[in-house]
Design a protein around this ligand. Structure first.
Ligand SMILES: [Zn+2]
Length: 399
């Protein structure tokens, strides 16, 4: 039904290498955005929207007749990871920064779609090719969606993929419902009161309740070790008092955790459970010591880097399946969502949007994502373009 997309693989591969050489971290993707803009401009889309949620940008290709609007997303950001595979001819020229999540490859595939629609416009509807900033910090998708310019590109369908090291090269991995996990980091700040180190009994010490909270967190992960019960709490940072203050018993303390579940509702319940546990420990401590929240222990809770689970719409998953088949790529029906979070979930949870994120296997013999030696395999470029192109062409515009 659909013709092969007309793309220039050599030009795309060179573009991927150029992006790889000049990586930029989340929120700082100015030059990457400019490079993408330059590439898109030459392909004469009907419109380019810039300044989306910061340095994000989108190229719009209008179809030959009216229909649905489809958004295909890639991420502009790299990671604060120093590249150690120095034998790469296109190795990172930015100290301490590397494209270690393959977003250079994702951008290139969307750039390939721009080539294809430049050569031949979509039959119907409108295709929006979005290059989103700050995915790694979980901020970019929300910032793009909350930008007033987003209303002009608000889609009926939203597609994205992630390359998956460890999965067979070129295989397509997908499932209905949750595709990635719900992830949210929690900063627990416990306020207490210091004392002389000779009289720790006179302190109101956060450390009096920190072990109980930490062991509660260990129990969360232990209780979530099976596939059905999956839930995780990972300690990322803990502190109390200050370094070189040996004369002082610490008063206040902080615990930073990343919480993770398969479904958003479970994450909310997990979060509430932790808040209840901390407040319960505080209440018990204060009561035992004849204190109140005013002169005793108290706590605040802060949410950092929340990632909503990607909720894949059945109709969009069907498009992925058919596109895999049409491109002669193996389709793997995933039993469970991925453990990692991805902020594309923000798009798939938008009202009225039929969204899907799927995985594209980048081979079994390759380092994992965020590894200092990871490099996106170029042979995936035409495969990703082919799948997206087929999906866009297969949308039922009359539904
Ligand atoms: Zn990524």
């Amino acid at each position: 039904m659909t013709d092969q997309p007309q793309i220039d693989v050599d030009r795309l591969t060179a573009f991927r290498h150029e992006l790889h050489t000049h990586p930029e971290v989340s929120g700082d993707e100015h030059n990457t955005s400019a490079r993408v803009h330059e590439f898109l401009k030459n392909l004469q889309p009907d419109e380019i929207v810039t300044g989306l949620g910061g340095v994000g940008l989108a190229a719009i290709f209008k179809g030959k007749s009216e229909g649905k609007r489809v958004l295909v997303r890639a991420e502009l950001d790299a990671l604060p990871i120093h590249e150690t595979n120095t034998d790469l001819p296109y190795k990172s020229q930015c100290d301490g920064v590397g494209h270690k999540c393959g977003h250079d490859g994702h951008m290139t595939m969307i750039a390939g779609l721009a080539q294809a629609y430049s050569a031949e416009r979509p039959e119907r509807g409108e295709v929006v090719l979005l290059f989103q900033p700050a995915e790694e910090t979980g901020k970019g998708a929300a910032e793009v969606c909350n930008d007033e310019k987003f209303e002009s590109i608000r889609p009926d369908y939203a597609f994205s993929l992630h390359n998956i090291p460890g999965a067979k090269m070129g295989s397509i991995l997908c499932k209905e419902g949750a595709f990635s996990s719900s992830v949210e980091s929690m900063v627990i700040k416990i306020k207490g009161q210091t004392s002389h180190a000779a009289e720790p009994q006179h302190a109101v010490a956060a450390s009096s309740i920190m072990p109980q909270i930490m062991s509660y967190m260990e129990e969360i992960s232990a209780a979530g070790s099976t596939e059905d019960t999956f839930q995780r709490a990972a300690l990322t940072w803990a502190t109390a008092g200050g370094p070189n203050s040996y004369g002082t018993q610490a008063g206040s303390g902080e615990l930073h955790y990343t919480l993770r579940t398969r479904e958003p509702e479970k994450l909310a319940a997990l979060w509430d459970g932790v808040v209840k546990k901390v407040n319960g420990e505080i209440k018990a401590y204060n009561e035992t010591h004849g204190l109140t929240e005013k002169n005793g222990l108290s706590a605040t809770f802060e949410s950092v880097e929340p990632f909503m689970a990607n909720m894949n719409h059945p109709e969009a998953v069907e498009l992925v399946k058919k596109a895999a088949q049409a491109n002669a790529l193996e389709y793997v029906d995933m039993k469970l969502p991925n453990d990692w979070g991805e902020d594309f979930g923000y798009f798939t949870n938008l009202e009225g949007v039929k969204g899907v994120m799927f995985g594209l296997g980048s081979g079994k013999d390759t380092p994992p994502l965020h590894h200092e030696q990871y490099d996106f395999p170029d042979e995936l470029i035409p495969k990703g373009v082919g799948v997206f192109h087929h999906m866009v062409a297969s949308i039922d515009h009359d539904m």
